[in-house]
Ligand binder design. Structure first.
Ligand SMILES: [Ca+2]
Length: 273
């Protein structure tokens, strides 16, 4: 496993040898594999890369953490940016190391105090980034504990600390957000479908009501026509009946007139006899 990497132009250099490991400034071993990293602190690893007849040396720092509640090299006491990720392009690099961490206590001719904590701090003047340009670095992930407060000491015209969820939490939060979004989309769609169904039902009911009204109007018209017809029919019937009765009466009267004498004689003869 190579923690160190080297290249010559575009060529990757694989002949890498760890030449020195120091722990808190004390040389502890000759070989990187023998380092016991169970002791928390800063392990500076110097390695040599060899390519044909050329050699180059570089150092990197391994930060061994005792707890997950702290930021690795949070106070820059490794003397460099070990544990930190530089997020800004064109950051100054000197001998393979990102610049910016210094041990000075004061600045300018007036010797104004930095008031830094510990021996080292990150100084924006030394990052290689121009004064008006913004820059960003990101710490290692950490787990909040205790009071939950994060204390940061910094000084600048406009400096800010952003806390971001770690990859796993971020993935979980994103999954939760995606799930919520897809549930919302499904709910929205269901609501839209329900609304469309209700609208359809309403229109069907409206249409049905309109059809019913048209039918009833027509039926009523027919009833009125029938009524009028029946009325006419009844009138005619009554007239017919009246006419019949009239003619029957006339006939009766005529019969009576014609047969009166005969009927009287008949009645008289019956009574007398
Ligand atoms: Ca410090």
């Amino acid at each position: 496993m190579y923690l160190a990497a080297a290249s010559f132009g575009a060529e990757a250099v694989t002949d890498i040898t760890v030449t020195k490991v120091t722990f808190e400034g004390t040389e502890i071993t000759e070989g990187f594999d023998a380092v016991d990293m169970s002791v928390p602190g800063y392990y500076n690893v110097t390695y040599t890369a060899t390519y044909e007849d050329k050699t180059a040396e570089a150092t990197f720092t391994v930060v061994a953490m005792a707890d997950r509640n702290s930021v690795a090299n949070g106070g820059f006491e490794a003397g460099n940016l070990a544990g930190w990720t530089v997020l800004t392009e064109n950051w100054g690099i000197v001998e393979g190391q990102a610049t910016g961490v210094i041990s000075a206590n004061t600045y300018w001719g007036e010797n104004l105090p930095y008031n830094q904590a510990g021996d080292f701090h990150l100084d924006g003047w030394n990052t290689g980034i121009g004064e008006p340009d913004p820059w960003e670095i990101r710490s290692t992930n950490f787990v909040l504990s205790g009071s939950g407060f994060i204390s940061v000491r910094m000084g600048a015209a406009a400096a800010a600390v952003k806390t971001l969820p770690a990859a796993e939490q971020f993935a979980n939060a994103k999954a939760a957000a995606d799930k919520a979004a897809s549930e919302k989309a499904a709910a929205d769609k269901a609501a839209a479908n329900k609304k469309a169904a209700e609208e359809k039902k309403r229109r069907i009911e409206e249409e049905a009501a309109a059809i019913y009204k048209r039918y009833m109007d027509k039926a009523m018209e027919e009833v009125e026509i029938n009524d009028a017809y029946l009325e006419k029919r009844s009138e005619r019937k009554i007239k017919e009946i009246s006419a019949k009765q009239e003619s029957a009466l006339i006939k009766l009267r005529a019969d009576y007139e014609q047969n009166r004498d005969k009927w009287v004689d008949e009645i008289v003869s019956r009574v007398v006899s």
